[in-house]
Write a new protein. Structure first.
Length: 117
């Protein structure tokens, strides 16, 4: 039986309320619940920490020598990797690496003057 189905069959609370109760139970290990008399939501507001969103990755502005060396290694592995899996992983990494600079993998590698190391 799935969690939501079990919850509906066994209790009369909503899934949101059940989640709040579970959060209180986890936080109960850190504080004495008998000292708090403000309700579940008030307790969570007072004691729970909010999840911080991860900051977006800022794109690099310039393709430097270290980036060129890294791209060259990925390109070599994409072309001459030991197995098909290694080649496909290297190609995906090269594409993701080039996207940070606003290019495709092949375009970024071909147009960078530092790739002739």
């Amino acid at each position: 039986m799935a969690g939501a189905d079990w919850l509906k069959a066994q209790t009369s609370v909503s899934q949101t309320t059940a989640c709040e109760y579970m959060r209180v139970a986890r936080l109960a290990e850190l504080t004495d619940l008998r000292k708090f008399d403000g309700g579940v939501r008030a307790f969570l507001e007072a004691h729970a920490s909010r999840r911080m969103p991860t900051p977006p990755e800022t794109p690099k502005s310039a393709f430097d020598r270290a980036d060129a060396e890294h791209a060259k290694k990925l390109q070599a592995m994409a072309e001459r990797g030991g197995s098909e899996n290694e080649r496909s992983v290297a190609k995906r990494k090269l594409e993701a690496f080039a996207e940070r600079f606003g290019m495709t993998g092949e375009q970024g590698f071909a147009t960078c003057p530092l790739t002739t190391l």
